[in-house]
Write a protein that binds this ligand. Structure first.
Ligand code: HSE
Length: 452
């Protein structure tokens, strides 16, 4: 407690107000972490919030399940609908995840006049527009810091800390499972399947790991980040999504030889024509700080016109890191319970009447650099043919590596790095290259971002 005097008249006056009552939906990993953090830091939290915060009721799928947290003083139920209808509850904290019944519970909580805190990235990315409209209509808060990058306060940073900037772009490692897999592949030379099995054994992956490895989880988080950065509606269906299943140990090592690391990035960029929204494996220069984010850690790089590049790093998942964000949201809601509702921070950072209809660009309109790997016959003129096709499409080559063919093989791997080009042009060039009789199979392409 340091030198702070808990008996000061000021604290007593503030906390003499009736405690704020929380109804908790979900007592799993994040729910348990939230209970622990609220209890352990109760004194500091009360000092910050100006009111005591009590969990009065909690819903769990199975009440017989042994708990990691102390549920003394909470009414426990298996029916979460009881909690959203409970007149004693001021704030509903939704930590169930998924769409059903989470969406119905959140909407019912708002109908019952309760503020909501949620860690549910899929719910916000897919149904946030509807949820925020209802909350706005009723003057209620829906806080969702824990939905993106776990414990990193990235929503608050973009929505409040960078509010004076025009955000130019952001790029994030926002799926710890994929980052862990790519780190294992690079550091230990493991192949994808082996690294995924390890991620699952360590409990990092989502219940359905395809949400992680196919980039869907990252796309949910990117959708939310982009809306708070650019003031556009949540548009998950417009995000280009490509996961890491196709990345081989070979690509990881060739990238490294060229001075790059492969990361699954969520990228949102403002251009003159619209907004790029994309999740895909990306080569980034190994010297960038973000390229050195390894294992399950998350990091988000945000470039504002005034501040320049800023980087936010921390745990993207886990019980207490995620609870850190949930509890911060609860404190924000408690603070606003006593302030002027017209002066709340808008749900998506921009005033609801000022949301922009700037279009999200199709992937073919996106401009980026590329890593290309192709298998070519080992004879004169083959590389010249490839280079000519690229030149025809005004695609400039930045670097080339040609590997020796293995003993007895006539095909050899050729790796090319290109300068920036529009995806449409590259697609046309690749169709022609793949049709060359001297080139075997499809050309492997991984996008490259200098992030400078
Ligand atoms: N499965 C997610 C990840 C958990 O790997 O990042 C946090 O959303």
């Amino acid at each position: 407690m340091g030198r702070y005097n808990p008996d000061s008249a000021e604290i007593i006056r503030r906390v003499a107000l009736k405690p704020v009552s929380i109804g908790l939906l979900g007592l799993g990993t994040v729910g348990g972490g939230t209970v622990k953090v609220l209890k352990r830091n109760a004194f500091e939290i009360t000092r910050r919030a100006g009111r005591e915060i009590q969990i009065v009721a909690a819903a769990a799928r199975n009440l017989k399940h042994p708990r990691q947290c102390d549920t003394t003083g909470m009414r426990l139920t298996m029916n979460p609908f009881e909690i959203v209808a409970d007149p004693e509850v001021d704030i509903v904290v939704e930590l169930i995840g998924g769409l059903a019944p989470a969406k119905e519970l959140v909407l019912k909580a708002l109908d019952a006049g309760k503020h909501v805190v949620t860690a549910n990235k899929m719910l916000i990315a897919l149904h946030g527009n509807e949820i925020f409209a209802k909350a706005q209509e009723r003057g209620l808060m829906v806080a969702f810091e824990a939905a993106v990058a776990g414990g990193i306060p990235i929503i608050k940073a973009v929505r409040e800390g960078l509010a004076g900037n025009t955000v130019e772009w952001l790029a994030g490692i926002i799926n710890g499972t994929c980052n862990f897999i790519l780190s294992e592949m690079r550091e230990k030379g493991r192949d994808f399947a082996e690294a995924l099995a390890e991620a699952q054994a360590l409990g990092y992956a989502e219940a359905d790991p395809s949400f992680d490895v196919e980039g869907i989880d990252a796309a949910h988080k990117l959708t939310i980040l982009a809306s708070t950065a650019f003031g556009i509606p949540l548009q998950f269906d417009k995000v280009y999504v490509e996961g890491i299943r196709g990345i081989t140990a070979l690509d990881v090592s060739y990238a490294e030889a060229l001075g790059y690391r492969i990361k699954l990035l969520g990228i949102a960029r403002r251009t003159g024509e619209g907004i790029e929204l994309r999740v895909h494996p990306t080569l980034i220069p190994a010297r960038r700080l973000i390229a050195n984010v390894e294992g399950v850690m998350n990091a988000v790089l945000v470039k504002g016109d005034a501040v320049g590049p800023t980087l936010y790093y921390g745990a993207g998942a886990g019980a207490e890191p995620t609870a850190s964000a949930v509890v911060a949201d609860i404190i924000d809601v408690v603070r606003t319970l006593t302030s002027d509702p017209e002066n709340r921070v808008p749900h998506l950072a921009f005033q609801p009447g000022a949301i922009s209809d700037i279009p999200v660009l199709p992937m073919e309109a996106v401009e980026t650099a590329y890593y290309l790997r192709l298998s070519a016959e080992d004879k004169p003129g083959v590389l010249a043919d490839v280079a000519r096709i690229l030149a025809d499409h005004r695609i400039s080559i930045e670097a080339v590596i040609q590997k020796e063919p293995r003993h007895g093989e006539t095909q050899l791997p050729v790796i090319l790095l290109t300068h920036r080009v529009r995806e449409r042009e590259l697609n046309q060039a690749l169709r022609r290259i793949e049709a060359l009789p001297t080139v075997g199979g499809p050309v492997k392409r991984i996008r490259l971002e200098p992030l400078g």
